[in-house]
Design a protein around this ligand. Structure first.
Ligand SMILES: Nc1ncnc2c1ncn2[C@@H]1O[C@H](COP(=O)(O)OP(=O)(O)OP(=O)(O)O)[C@@H](O)[C@H]1O
Length: 580
């Protein structure tokens, strides 16, 4: 089982702390039982007015055991929590490391709120696995066996009663708790994911919901999800308490049983009366150690379910990998070779890319045009190895993309996506995403090139770039790409929100920088494409036409007609103005 493998592997890596914490727990448990047993014995002995040295020895023993118990409990807590939090941080980082190469495939399957609940809540739940599932039985069994041996040396009957009590608290109570809990399996977790999903939907779509008058309806849905979660949490907490109450009840039954049996054995002459208080105290304390067994099934189920959801997230979205062994050089202009490539988005009936064949020589400039939904952006995602083709072969510099490590592709590529993300911080923070050292002069020079000369590096950027216009966002995204040193440019409608004059100025600087590099530009506007070596026209995932600007205009095919429509829309006057 995969979830078991995850948890066990994480525990094995922390074995040193785990062994130390088990040792600490065992000593603390045993010292606790001995402490209360010695106290009981001390009380009974004092009735018979023993010699002073007996009382001094017993009192010192009680004090010593008290110190030993506190010190070993401290050690147990220290090592067990250190192991838990180290495991948690390892699990979190390994989950993220697996998640990153899977995006964007992961968004097809998981809603962002659900994914957030998984990343935060489910990983957090795994902390219970060691502390409340794997660890308690080891301590309970070892401490109990030692106590039973000790008790058996006084009375076999009382030892048998302890065994019965222990069986009831470690099997019957957890068994009942498990039966009751089975109905609740994963309910709290699912409700939390639902609430988180509703919340992100409302947060992301707040403006649109408000304008379309749907905010109160969505708020109601949010309220309902919140109430349902609170109810399920209450039920789950009630079940935890039920287990603990049953445990406490059995502990008292057994203690009364030891008292009654002890009294009978004393009357029968089989047990010395001075030991009775000691045995009752030892019984009470040893069952205290077993309290964790009552909640064990709940935590076991919870952490296994969390591990299962986490493995599902990364396994279901996993891209079959062939352990890529090659790197794409960032020093060479890249050649692209696509042959019979097809791709279908999950859950979609039609192919986004159909039998696509195209050769792009290194250092060439290619524009891809075509109607909306024709598969242009998908092509870029395939080249970036963010998605895997369902058929066909893609090569970069002659090497199959599946054999190239994706991080080297990302490092060798300057990408501008159709929509870029901006983080809360400053312009400088958002420009230096690639963590390369760039001086302020270099950053300001790039800002001037993308026609943002009056922008300061310390200007604030709000979450998701809320305080930036679409045109500003696009120019910042271009600046980000221009700060990189890759030799492959993949630009997805990078200037669609810019006016013509600004667009041409920005592109002029970009073309200067990319003069020797391979450049792939996706665009809807057909003006300015004369400078391209080749224009590829796409429709419904296929190449329908390809050639230089003049060749396509001469062919009077698809591109020519698109150009005519554009000219009619902007008017001849506009075209003259553009060409000035
Ligand atoms: N994440 C997705 N899940 C499912 N289908 C998708 C996804 N992204 C895109 N598609 C579909 O794939 C097809 C190609 O989309 P793509 O975004 O590549 O087109 P495009 O040519 O870039 O469009 P545009 O010019 O509007 O940006 C479309 O039919 C679209 O509905």
């Amino acid at each position: 089982m995969n979830e078991w493998a995850i948890l066990s592997k994480a525990m094995i890596r922390e074995r040193k702390d785990i062994i130390l914490s088990i040792l600490g727990g065992f000593i603390a448990g045993l010292a606790g039982v001995a402490l209360f047993a010695a106290s009981g014995y001390l009380i009974s002995q004092s009735v018979f007015a023993p010699p002073l040295y007996t009382l001094i020895v017993l009192t010192s023993l009680v004090k010593l055991l008290g110190i030993l118990r506190a010190a070993s409990r401290y050690g147990e807590r220290l090592y067990s929590h250190r192991a838990t939090f180290s495991m948690l941080s390892r699990l979190r980082t390994s989950f993220f490391a697996k998640l990153i190469p899977l995006s964007p495939g992961i968004w097809n399957k998981n809603r962002s709120g659900d994914l957030l609940a998984r990343i935060v809540g489910d990983v957090e739940s795994l902390q219970h696995y060691f502390l409340r599932v794997a660890y308690p039985p080891v301590i309970v069994v070892t401490v109990f066996l030692a106590t039973m041996l000790f008790t058996a040396s006084f009375s076999l009957w009382i030892a048998c009663l302890l065994v019965l009590g222990m069986l009831a608290t470690t099997w019957i109570v957890p068994g009942i708790a498990l039966l009751v809990r089975r109905k609740m399996q994963g309910r709290v977790r699912q409700q939390r994911a639902l609430l988180s999903t509703e919340l992100t939907e409302v947060l992301y779509g707040f403006r649109d919901l408000k304008v379309y008058g749907q905010l109160s309806r969505r708020e109601q849905q949010l309220q309902q999800a919140s109430v349902a979660l609170a109810a399920d949490q209450q039920r789950a907490a009630g079940q935890l308490l039920l287990g603990q109450s049953m445990h406490a009840f059995i502990t008292f039954l057994v203690s009364w049983g030891v008292l009654a049996l002890g009294a009978y054995l004393i009357m029968d002459g089989a047990l010395a009366g001075v030991f009775l208080a000691m045995l009752v105290m030892a019984t009470l304390t040893v069952f205290e150690e077993a309290t964790a067994m009552a909640t064990l099934p709940a935590y076991k189920q919870d952490s296994e379910y969390a591990a299962q959801r986490l493995t599902e997230t990364v396994l279901d979205s996993a891209i079959p990998s062939l352990n890529p062994s090659c790197l794409l050089s960032a020093d060479l202009a890249v050649s692209i070779d696509l042959s019979g490539v097809s791709f279908q988005h999950e859950g979609e009936r039609r192919l986004a890319i159909k039998d696509f064949t195209l050769q792009i020589p290194s250092g060439s400039k290619t524009a891809i045009v075509g109607p909306s939904g024709s598969g242009k952006s998908t092509l870029i995602e395939l080249l970036l190895k963010l998605r895997t083709p369902t058929a066909g072969e893609m090569r970069l510099n002659g090497v199959p993309v599946r054999e190239i490590e994706e991080t080297s592709i990302w490092a060798a590529t300057n990408v501008v996506f159709q929509q870029s993300h901006f983080f809360r911080g400053t312009i400088r923070d958002n420009l230096l995403l690639n963590e390369k050292e760039n001086s302020d002069e270099q950053l300001l020079d790039i800002l001037a090139k993308v026609q943002l000369p009056n922008t300061s590096l310390t200007d604030a950027v709000y979450e998701k770039g809320e305080n930036l216009s679409d045109g500003e966002k696009q120019r910042l995204a271009m600046a980000r790409a221009m700060l990189r040193r890759g030799r492959l440019w993949l630009l997805d409608e990078p200037t669609s929100s810019l006016d013509y004059v600004t667009e041409q100025r920005v592109l002029k600087h970009l073309y200067e920088q990319a003069a020797e590099d391979t450049l792939l530009l996706i665009c809807h506007r057909l003006t300015g494409l004369e400078v391209m070596d080749r224009i590829v026209v796409m429709e419904q995932g296929k190449v329908v036409e390809t050639g230089s600007y003049s060749e396509l205009m001469e062919q009077k095919g698809y591109f020519y007609h698109m150009k005519q429509i554009e000219l009619q829309l902007i008017g001849e006057g506009g075209e003259q103005w553009h060409s000035q």
